[in-house]
Ligand binder design. Sequence first.
Ligand code: PGA
Length: 255
Amino acid sequence: MKKRNIVLANWKMNPETLGKAKEVFNSTRLAAKTLKNTDVIVCPPFPFVFPLSKLNVPKNLFLGTQNVFYEIKGAFTGEVSAGMIKDLKIKFSVVGHSERRAMGETNEIVRKKMAAAFDAGLSPILCIGEKERNKEGSHLSFIKNQIKECLFGLQKKHLVGINIAYEPIWAIGKSYKEAMSPTDIHETVLFIKKVITELFGKDIADGSRVLYGGSVEAINAGPMMEYGNIDGFLVGHASLTPSFAEILKAADLRK
Ligand code: PGA
């Protein structure tokens, strides 16, 4: 089956007010409406998720959360369970973003969050990516280990159609000049698919999607989509600007 492209807007801890969030969401909604081959997932900060979920959206626009906790309920101050997210009719959650990992989230915690999200019926987007690259290729074993440890023991049926966001940490939050080249993205995606094939079989690898994240902007989105062997993007800072519409258009060119 043909896989639709996905572009995920990770708003991080932005914008400052619900009013501004509605403005950004509205522009995204208008841009999403014009797309043919692409689904758009907007992940706002938690307090904005519910009010935005009440607005009308085109059928290719979805809301998601930037995080999810692994326990079902109880004394976990500040956390939000997968069941609570599902109850709002939200389908997607980002899991293991590097900014969460920098706050202490280990592969084991990420694995538990993936399992909890799947169990509640959510579609988690697993974030992976190396801190640095060197000639010896240590980033490859780093990525392989992340995939292995974050997906270890998960039910195979849950892995069908899994979405992975590959985000080299050194490229996040910069500008297009420092983003990864399409050729390097292409090679890394092949490597990720190879690892998934080794671990879970070719069917799971073929059905999976790999999104690229890390300084995707309107200027580099086209070449990345054309030559990067990806199924879409995870976009941070640019997803809050008017140029996000151009990124969506660039993604949509892949049929
Ligand atoms: P960026 O963020 O597009 O600002 O680099 C990507 C991300 O959310 O990881």
